[in-house]
Write a protein that binds this ligand. Structure first.
Ligand code: SAH
Length: 464
């Protein structure tokens, strides 16, 4: 190890920065975040530091560097870009035994500044020992995505309950077990979703249970799994999938997405073939309630977004009525996913000022939709579940006023390795589709924007 990582307490301590340009400004803002009292030496200040001086946040001395300016400070940073000055700062600091950092000159540093992920009071720091700041920054970016923004609030919750937990669990292993459960489970997720009050209640309940060995809190996460490509999951969806005890999933959830669920989780298939639901909706609703009441972390995984043609509303109504805690995680809906991967912008200043999502699902062969409202100029229409009704849909749109030459796209298994797009017009597409072997699910996009695909298509599916 070239450098020992330590965290310095600089609150109200005098620090000196030599160099008033933008590089110096970045260091100054970090020092300020740590509560330091900063004095900047430079005959001229750049705009960022001038603003901080005018706001009274830093002191400024319009002087050249002299070794004596370090006499009273606890830490020095040189950011001048002038080799001679930088070296002089280094020497003066070493002579006074105070830590010194010379920007971009590791050989002149007695300490270096890491890339940091700030979730105060939680702070993670990454350093490449001055060898590759870019590499450190890339690692930092990965950590940023791994450490949810709410970890700071989580740490504060721990602080609040620390004494109580200590009093309750005398043995350190028991304490650790308790905190591990809290910090990895539903209680932490409550904090991350802003349900702080619920989290407090849940911790209190756990503490009040005589032996602390009560059933853990059960909860249902209604998670949007997106249209197929696992890269399109949200961080939250992935995190919850990896904590699940049981996952209840639909036919629309792609195998690649399902693969990301925790290995040991029980998997329950809830079906949803067209018109032959493997489990009736009513039973799914009650299944979710029962699993949660057993103390399980249940992920109800849906294709696309749970609130767009996903019956998500019905499922959580039952949960709400039964007092089961739940969260809803949005997903990329088929319209957004299919359109993006097909190079078809759903709105466009020249062609479409509105977009409408409708179900093309036909009960007994008829489509009962407000055709007049749909067949409007300057509007993109996206039909979910429209394959069987395609001919009827095209016919109705034309008879309600859309030109027969209006472009239409049919997107099959959008965003997956089987992604395929057929294009035509309201007049020609039904015939084209009939001659092809089409695999569900498919989405139909109607409107002038479909023409843009010729120029904008970019996605090339890679077969597995
Ligand atoms: N909640 C889902 C929609 C469920 S309804 C969402 O937000 O996307 C089911 C319909 O969604 C299918 O019949 C099909 O029209 C559409 N669909 C879902 N995933 C799709 C995909 N990958 N490609 C094309 N259409 C898809």
């Amino acid at each position: 190890m070239d450098f020992l990582p330590v965290f310095l307490n600089l609150r109200d301590r005098p620090c000196v920065v030599i160099g008033g340009g933008e590089v110096g400004a970045r260091k100054v803002s970090l020092l300020l975040e740590a509560g330091a009292k900063v004095t900047v030496y430079d005959p001229d200040l750049g705009p960022s530091l001038a603003a901080l001086r005018d706001a009274g946040r830093i002191a400024h001395r319009a002087e050249r560097f002299r070794p004596e300016v370090l006499d009273q400070c606890v830490l020095a940073i040189a950011a001048t870009g002038d080799e001679t000055v930088n070296r002089a700062v280094h020497e003066a600091a070493v002579a006074r035994r105070i830590p010194v950092n010379v920007v971009d000159q590791p050989a002149l540093c007695t300490f270096i500044m890491p890339s940091i992920i700030d979730r105060s009071p939680v702070v993670a720091a990454v350093s490449s020992g001055g060898r590759s700041p870019v590499l450190a920054r890339l690692i930092r970016a990965r950590l940023e995505s791994l450490i949810p923004a709410a970890y700071g609030r989580l740490a504060k919750l721990v602080e609040e309950f620390r004494d109580q937990v200590k009093a309750k669990f005398k043995s350190p292993p028991k304490r650790r077990e308790f905190w591990e459960e809290v910090l990895q489970g539903p209680i932490a997720e409550m904090v991350m979703a802003g349900q702080d009050e619920l989290a407090h209640e849940a911790i209190e309940k756990r503490l009040n249970e005589a032996d602390g060995a009560a059933k853990p809190v059960g909860v249902v996460y209604l998670v949007g799994g997106g249209p197929g490509d696992p890269d399109l999951l949200t961080f939250r969806a992935l995190r919850l999938m990896q904590q699940a005890d049981v996952v209840v999933y639909d036919r629309l959830v792609s195998p690649q997405v399902l693969d990301l669920v925790r290995r040991d989780a029980e998997r329950i298939y809830a079906g949803k073939e067209r018109d032959k639901h493997s489990i009736p909706q009513e039973d799914i609703n009650h299944l979710l309630v029962r699993l949660a009441k057993e103390g399980k972390r249940v992920v109800r995984l849906k294709g696309g977004d749970p609130f767009i043609f996903g019956r998500g509303g019905e499922e959580i109504e039952t949960l709400a009525a039964e007092g089961v805690p739940f969260q809803v995680v949005p997903g990329i809906t088929a319209a957004a996913g299919c359109a993006a991967y097909s190079g078809i912008p759903l709105t466009h200043r020249d062609y479409a000022q509105s977009v409408i999502l409708v179900t093309g699902h036909l009960k007994d062969g008829t489509v009962n939709l407000n055709w007049k409202a749909l067949a409007q100029p300057g509007q993109t229409i996206v039909f979910y579940m429209g394959l069987l009704g395609l001919s009827a849909i095209c016919r109705e749109l034309v008879s309600h006023g859309l030109p027969a030459a209006t472009p239409v796209a049919l997107v099959q298994q959008g965003t997956t390795p089987q992604h395929r797009v057929l294009t035509g017009t309201l007049e020609t597409l039904p015939g084209i589709v009939q001659r092809e072997d089409i695999k569900p699910p498919t989405l139909i996009i109607v409107g002038e924007v479909v023409k843009l695909r010729d120029k904008l298509k970019w996605f090339v599916p890679v077969p597995r």
